[in-house]
Write a protein that binds this ligand. Structure first.
Ligand SMILES: Nc1ncnc2c1ncn2[C@@H]1O[C@H](COP(=O)(O)OP(=O)(O)OP(=O)(O)O)[C@@H](O)[C@H]1O
Ligand SMILES: [Mg+2]
Length: 387
């Protein structure tokens, strides 16, 4: 395959273009091969999904395990979770798929067959799963009997707390507890939700999994990685500018990759690029996002916009309800700021980790700053001095 751009912006990255995560991969692989379940947490866009895919594709897991991956972000019931899991198992066990369908007794009569090959198709909707608990048992039963042990990654696992049915957490826990051939990786970014689920004694999943918290890739490691990718394709980039980008994006992998992806494609062979070109690329990205970001902001109330802007301007806000912060940003009453913070969290425009509020989307953050008069170059300066 001809690689056009070595800076991947998806979460399925070929090993040679995957940056570091050596220790984290070892830890993940060690936990699951030791027969433990694993909870994988990090802020958004740092690389959880990428890490799971990377490990699943690595020799020790690829050769010895059946691996399954489902993202349940857009599900709202056990029925949908079952459907996604059933579909993934069906697709990943293609050669044996008739056998799989035979075990799904609860769905008998719902299958259709490809008229040409007469092989069964997983062509029904989740609405046809009438008894999800039973169907889930059948899926797990099937996994338990596969020759190789199974690993099931459930991405955005915090979502089960939002399900229509109230007991899903306890129900899943009790089913998972009984399995011997199947282990789970639960991942997600809602740290307080997942933390509560797995670390509070009153909850079903309490202490049921080892925890791996993903941090930003170490700065020098990323700088070397990016510099090397340019040079592999006979292009050159000033490493200091990558350090600058890292600081500006606070190490958030996606935003660095996306920026370098564009810069790479705009760079001629044998050319040398640096901070000036990086800033031009970034301004270009922010321009392109402009319509989308304006739409998001237009849907907020004036108060919510003001709070969002204040967080963008200040970066990580530790005391969002302090008099200082309110006065500095002319935000008005504590109660209304509190309400605004709640709705911004709910809309996932901001996040909170240990009391600190911040904007996950670094492009949005920089775009708001830019539209409030703080140029990209100023933000760059600000995050690249005083260290
Ligand atoms: N090790 C890596 N090397 C290179 N790029 C990476 C790496 N990890 C992540 N990325 C980049 O960061 C992006 C985000 O990664 P990923 O989707 O895995 O994050 P996530 O933590 O699952 O995010 P979310 O919380 O939004 O689901 C990827 O699309 C890719 O561009
Ligand atoms: Mg993800």
């Amino acid at each position: 395959m001809q690689i056009v751009n070595p800076f991947f912006t998806t979460s399925n990255i070929p090993a040679e273009f995957f940056c570091d995560r050596i220790q984290e991969s070892e830890e993940l692989i060690r936990e699951v091969t030791n027969g433990n379940h694993l909870l994988l947490m990090s802020p958004r866009r740092l690389g959880k999904t990428g890490l799971v895919n990377h490990c699943f594709a690595s020799k020790p897991l690829f050769n010895n395990y059946n691996t399954f991956f489902i993202d349940i972000y857009d599900t709202s019931s056990l029925q949908e979770l079952c459907f996604k899991m059933g579909k993934e198992v069906f697709e990943k066990t293609k050669g044996k798929s008739s056998k799989f369908l035979e075990t799904l007794k609860s769905l008998r009569g719902e299958f259709t067959y490809d008229p040409v090959t007469m092989s069964p198709k997983f062509a029904f909707s989740f609405g046809q799963i009438h008894n999800p608990e039973h169907t889930l048992d059948e899926i797990l039963e099937y996994l338990e009997h596969l020759r190789k042990p199974c690993l099931v990654a459930i991405d955005e696992f915090q979502q089960i707390a939002e399900y229509e049915e109230k007991n899903v957490e306890a129900l899943l826990r009790s089913k998972i507890q009984r399995l011997t051939n199947t282990h789970f990786i639960f991942s997600g970014s809602e740290r307080h939700l997942l933390g509560q689920m797995f670390h509070s004694p009153a909850r079903p999943f309490y202490r049921s999994a080892g925890t791996l918290v993903l941090k930003p890739i170490e700065r020098n490691t990323y700088v070397h990685f990016a510099e090397d990718l340019f040079s592999r394709y006979d292009k050159r980039i000033d490493p200091e500018s990558i350090t600058g980008l890292y600081n500006l994006m606070e190490g958030y992998t996606y935003f660095m990759q996306r920026t370098l992806n564009e810069l790479f494609s705009a760079t001629e062979k044998r050319a040398l690029v640096g901070t000036t070109e990086l800033n031009a690329t970034l301004n270009h990205i922010l321009d392109a996002e402009s319509v989308g970001f304006s739409t998001i902001l237009a849907q907020l109330t004036k108060g919510q916009r003001a709070v969002l802007a204040a967080i963008a301007m200040e970066g990580n806000v530790k005391n969002a309800l302090s008099q200082d912060f309110l006065a500095r940003n002319r935000l008005g009453a504590v109660s209304s700021v509190q309400a605004a913070l709640r709705s911004l969290l709910k809309k996932q425009l901001i996040s909170r980790t240990e009391g600190t509020y911040y904007i996950d989307d670094k492009f949005l953050e920089l775009w708001i700053r830019r539209s409030y008069g703080k140029s990209l170059e100023e933000s760059w300066q600000e995050r690249n001095t005083g260290e």
